[in-house]
Design a protein around this ligand. Structure first.
Ligand code: GLN
Length: 177
């Protein structure tokens, strides 16, 4: 999808690959496993430093959890990379079968509302003073945030044909180069 918007997209698993990129997407998946793998593969410290140094990063779902400063309902010993001053609750809506789709108003990307897919999704329970909430559910719970060059969504925009969040992120990456 990123290639479709003209980006030269490469997988990042090692520290040396991190040095070659202008922006990073941390995808959905399982945040506790990504936390462990980042330690096993020696990526964690370099990634934390890159985030602190201003690398644009977009985290979707598990990626949002990894960008948070605090994880609620993490597994024993689970850590995040930090970067966005938020508390995020894992699996906030229940298990896989409680996954759902909903249309969200997202002023930052404009009309029409975005059809959002939530899969064992997290929710943002605290938003720090430097953080902008970009989207909320009808009950007010925050599901998309931005802080500086960091963007995070509880949902998976790559699951639909509406790629405005990825375009929004790529604009940020290009502006930052
Ligand atoms: N529940 C997963 C986690 O804790 C996230 C699920 C997802 O990325 N779709 O990391």
């Amino acid at each position: 999808m990123l290639r479709g918007f003209g980006a030269d997209a490469v997988p990042v698993r090692r520290e040396r690959e991190l040095a070659e990129i202008d922006g990073l997407v941390i995808p959905g998946g399982e945040s506790s496993v990504m936390d462990k793998l980042s330690k096993t593969f020696g990526l964690r410290d370099a990634l934390r430093k890159a985030i602190a140094d201003g690398l644009p990063v977009y985290g979707t779902c598990a990626g949002l959890i990894l960008l948070s400063t605090k994880i609620l309902d993490g597994i024993e010993g689970q850590e995040s990379f930090g970067g966005i001053d938020i508390d995020v609750r894992r699996n906030a809506f229940g298990s896989q079968t409680d996954s759902f789709e909903v249309d969200l108003d997202v002023p930052a990307i404009g009309d029409p509302p975005l059809h959002a897919v939530f899969i064992r999704a997290p929710v943002v329970e605290r938003v720090g003073p430097e953080v902008s909430a970009l989207a909320t559910l009808n009950d007010g719970r925050v599901v998309a945030v931005e802080q500086g060059n960091l963007l995070g969504t509880s949902f998976h925009p790559e699951m639909t044909e509406d790629h405005r969040f990825h375009e929004y992120f790529l604009e940020r990456v290009r502006a930052n180069r």
